[in-house]
Design a protein around this ligand. Structure first.
Ligand SMILES: CC(=O)Nc1ccn([C@H]2C[C@H](O)[C@@H](CO)O2)c(=O)n1
Length: 104
């Protein structure tokens, strides 16, 4: 059983440590610093790594910066486009910072 999922297209970046945050809605804002999460692919729920939560903090869409985008391994316009596709019309997000700690 996995604790959180990511779209398959982000798997390689997470495993390589190039993606170290994710922006989620309130339904996924309950994770706690220090918690270790089994991570699966959204499409098939196949496990692909374990991450440790560093922090969870609220952020508005309008507050996103180039630093958030860098931590997502994207440009800021790319990040805003992805957010708009996943969470259309949502302004209140949560930044989950994490570190990949295992791949098995
Ligand atoms: C079900 C669900 O919401 N799944 C998500 C949500 C977000 N992501 C990724 C996409 C972006 O890189 C960041 C910011 O939302 O997190 C995801 O892979 N799967």
């Amino acid at each position: 059983m996995n604790d959180i999922t990511f779209f398959q297209r982000f798997e390689a970046d997470i495993v390589a440590g190039r993606k170290t945050i994710t922006l989620r809605d309130e339904a996924e804002s309950h994770f706690l610093p220090g918690q270790r999460l089994r991570v699966g692919r959204y499409e098939d729920d196949v496990y692909f790594c374990t991450i440790e939560v560093i922090s969870v903090a609220p952020v508005l869409l309008s507050e996103l910066t180039d630093e958030h985008a860098r931590q997502e391994n994207m440009t800021l316009p790319q990040l805003k486009e992805v957010i708009g596709e996943i969470y259309p019309g949502l302004n209140e997000l949560y930044v989950i910072s994490f570190e990949r700690v295992a791949t098995n």
